[in-house]
Design a protein around this ligand. Sequence first.
Ligand SMILES: Nc1ncnc2c1ncn2[C@@H]1O[C@H](COP(=O)(O)OP(=O)(O)OP(=O)(O)O)[C@@H](O)[C@H]1O
Ligand SMILES: [Mg+2]
Length: 219
Amino acid sequence: MPTIVFASPKGGVGKSTAAVLLATELASHGGSVTMIDADPNKLTVIDTSTENTIIDTIEKAALGTTFVVVDLEGTASMMADFAMSRADLVIIPSQGSNLDATGVVKAIRLVRSQEKAFQKKIPFAIMFTRTSPAIRTRTLQSIEAEFAQNGVPMFGVQIHERDAYRAIFAFGGTLADLDASQTANLPAARLNARPGASSAGLARAHALLAGYGFCVPVL
Ligand SMILES: Nc1ncnc2c1ncn2[C@@H]1O[C@H](COP(=O)(O)OP(=O)(O)OP(=O)(O)O)[C@@H](O)[C@H]1O
Ligand SMILES: [Mg+2]
């Protein structure tokens, strides 16, 4: 079953937050989800994997659940490479800053090198995080325009900056801790769609998520 990997060599861009939100949303739409936290610095959700075990961990999880969501550490590593090689979709979170945009370029290079190494296409898309629900800053607009010009797929949904998202980690370290009453309060789960440019890669990402019942609209 599909494996969705959150990756960025830049730390603190919102990978873990976005991964938990997506996993929770998928689960609330009826899918079973295994979340693999491959970030040794953070809470362990299902397993602490190493570069020696990550592929086995993903493959075993993919056999047993509808979705596998992998949250990678914020550095380039062999484990990140291996996890990406097994991804049906790599989501690259990025805040709307120029520094983060540089991180995105590095992340795309890592995806491309795994594509070469494993001789397979690895769909990826950028997901903007910590954006303002009220305004689209000029910096974000120019980054989006540049990515669009270069055919870099981007999700039409963004994860806004919200206290509720900061709070999710306070609920505890396991998916089981994110019970229905708590997740229901997450406005996150209602990732706000907005119109955006489409592209083949994005369409693939959309098809991947939509094809497996992910109901949040993704452009
Ligand atoms: N949408 C958001 N709204 C508010 N706070 C956020 C949001 N996304 C992330 N944060 C906060 O930003 C910090 C970094 O987020 P997070 O841990 O998700 O990033 P990360 O990319 O997983 O970091 P690392 O590379 O260290 O694993 C955390 O304190 C988190 O609570
Ligand atoms: Mg993290």
